[in-house]
Write a protein that binds this ligand. Structure first.
Ligand code: ATP
Ligand code: MG
Length: 577
């Protein structure tokens, strides 16, 4: 387990080592006073005279031990926390960078609840491992061991006696770990499910309210919460008896030592002073061991959580090359592209190419694979077979940054960060000046609605951009794309779900964005793409025809059907060639 976490500790490993050393010193300082106490009591048991200075020196020694204990223990804890929290930071950054390189599909499959749980709760568990379990655990195991060895040296019979509760305690702990392990996995699964359901419940609140599904939705929520309770209790039920045994038996060394030790003294088997010494030492064994065993009980949980963490990190990353963009033109080609989100194939060998500076439209029924094809061009997912090239270079051969420099994607679902509108646009080109951002906002027809906000462009977009209407959100993301000014633009139904007024503004904005660009556009209103250089008709995951509007309307019955069905004409037209 430590080995798994160890790469993330990095340069802070020395802090963990120092923490173990300091805590061991602290615990030695904590048990040494028993020896001084013995030195005072032993002569008294023999009826010997001891003077005041003899006692005073030992009392001072005890006080010094306590100071050493406090200082080194606290310092040890500080070091172990420095190491732990830096490791948490490294783990989170590393997980984030690995997630960033994953196909979006994998992230969706994992679920927000599970990702959140791993990022926050599971990674936090590493704190317990590094800040407490390792330094304190090692120290608390090592010290009782040393004491037991010393007990054997002083008197092997008493030493043997001291082993009895330890053996019973360790057996109970072993049993607890063994029987709890099976239940523990079920418990964690139910915790993950509960997290996902809670997040889904909150995210879907709007739908739930609109469709009066409070009852249904709450039922599922309630079931998950109850499941979690049941699994937790199940787990505790098998652990409790064992926990009770070791927690009560371990500190019992004193109880055992007192009667049996006394009998041994009375029987002349051991001397009284030896018995007193071992008796004093036995006070330090039980609690230390109990503490160590409590940590040991946490190890299976930690192991599970770290395994979860690793599972998330081990997903194969997106096939991403290192190269820069090397193409000498911006022609795009999809060659025999097969792709499925999971086992079911969605695209069945799509062939489509379009030249630099042209506008290509994707049309087809809902679910025919248009958005999927668009997302593949921006490398949201790895394809199963075939190739996608830009300027003759396979997109898997270039870095995502290189591809992103060439392609802007305005997707069907617009997401705005919970920061100002200004910063949301700035994402398109982080080093842009304020004037450039304002100009992009103007060209994307954002000025009219921005003027309504007292803070203008510095207005907060709200969580996920909730302060804005759908059309306004799309125009902000268009401004982002205008600012980015990439030579290839992929527009996924940017005009869908809009009222006529908003659509008119959007169309004007689109006219701005497509000037002199290579464009792949998806639009449901076919009138808007009538003048496209090429129209690709998608049907059930295949590109069944690709030509101009005039030719397709004659040669392709599916296109004719779509055209006839296409609702009200839109004012935006692709530029006449
Ligand atoms: N994230 C996903 N996971 C699994 N299947 C998906 C996912 N996204 C889309 N699909 C499936 O892939 C198929 C194609 O979807 P896609 O979104 O590409 O269609 P579309 O042509 O853009 O439809 P629309 O016109 O309604 O936007 C559909 O059958 C859909 O169910
Ligand atoms: Mg779509």
């Amino acid at each position: 387990m430590f080995k798994r976490v160890s790469p993330y500790i990095g340069e802070y490993k020395k802090y963990t080592v120092w923490a173990v050393i300091l805590m061991s010193i602290g615990i030695i300082a904590n048990v040494t006073p028993y020896f001084f106490i013995y030195q005072i009591i032993a002569p008294l048991t023999r009826g010997e005279h001891i003077d005041a200075s003899y006692i005073l020196i030992r009392v001072i020694a005890v006080a010094i031990c306590e100071i050493i204990f406090s200082v080194s223990y606290v310092q040890g804890l500080e070091f172990s926390h420095i190491s732990a929290y830096n490791t948490l930071k490294n783990l989170r950054i590393s997980l984030q960078s690995k997630l960033e390189r994953q196909p979006l599909g994998n992230i969706n499959e994992l679920g927000t609840g599970r990702i959140k749980k791993v990022f926050t709760d599971d990674i936090d568990q590493v704190e317990l491992l590094l800040a407490h379990a390792i330094p304190e655990g090692i120290a608390n195991i090592a010290i009782p061991m040393i004491i037991i060895v010393l007990m054997f040296i002083f008197d092997w019979k008493l030493g043997l006696l001291s082993l009895v509760p330890l053996v019973v305690g360790m057996f109970a702990m072993g049993m607890m770990m063994k029987s709890g392990l099976e239940k523990m996995n079920a418990y964690y699964e139910s915790a993950a499910k509960m997290n996902n359901t809670i997040i889904e419940y909150v995210n879907g609140m709007e739908v739930v309210k609109v469709f009066n599904k409070d009852g249904d939705s709450y039922k599922r929520f309630g079931e998950r919460v109850k499941d979690y309770r049941d699994f937790t209790l199940d787990w505790y039920k098998v652990c409790w008896p064992w926990m009770a045994i070791y927690s009560s038996v371990l500190p019992c060394l004193v109880l055992l030592m007192l009667p049996l030790g006394s009998m041994m003294v009375l029987g002349g088997v051991v001397t009284l002073d030896r018995m007193v010494l071992v008796f004093c030492m036995s006070f330090a064994v039980g609690p230390s061991f109990l503490k160590a065993l409590n940590f040991a009980g946490k190890f299976p949980q930690l192991d599970y959580k770290i395994a979860e963490l690793e599972k998330m990190m081990e997903h194969p990353p997106l096939k991403e090359g290192e190269s820069a963009f090397k193409g000498d033109n911006l022609d795009v080609e999809f060659k025999d592209v097969h792709f499925g989100y999971d086992d079911a194939e969605v695209l069945h060998g799509v062939n489509l190419s379009f030249k630099q500076g042209t506008t290509t439209a994707l049309v087809g029924e809902s679910g025919s694979g248009k958005s999927t094809l668009a997302k593949l061009l921006v490398h949201y997912y790895d394809i199963d077979s075939g190739t996608i090239t830009v300027g003759g270079q396979d997109i898997t051969d270039m870095s995502l940054e290189a591809l992103n420099d060439q392609v802007s994607f305005v997707s069907q679902e617009q997401f705005l960060f919970n920061t100002t509108l200004y910063e949301n646009i700035l994402i398109g080109k982080p080093n842009a000046t304020r004037e450039e951002v304002l100009e992009a906002a103007r060209r994307a027809q954002c000025n009219e609605f921005i003027a309504r906000f007292p803070d203008g462009l510095d207005t907060q977009a709200g969580d996920g951009g909730k302060q804005l209407s759908g059309g306004e959100r799309q125009r902000i993301s268009l401004a982002r794309a205008i600012l980015k000014d990439a030579p290839i633009i992929v527009l996924d139904e940017a005009t869908a779900f809009m009222d006529p007024e908003n659509e008119e503004k959007m169309n004007a904005a689109l006219d701005e964005i497509v000037k002199d660009k290579t464009v792949l556009v998806i639009a449901h209103r076919l009138s808007t793409i009538k003048n496209a250089d090429k129209i690709c008709v998608m049907k059930e995951g295949n590109c069944i025809a690709a030509d101009t509007h005039d030719k397709l309307i004659i040669s392709c019955p599916e296109y004719k059907k779509l055209w006839d069905a296409s609702v009200s004409a839109s004012t935006w037209k692709v530029r006449e060639a």
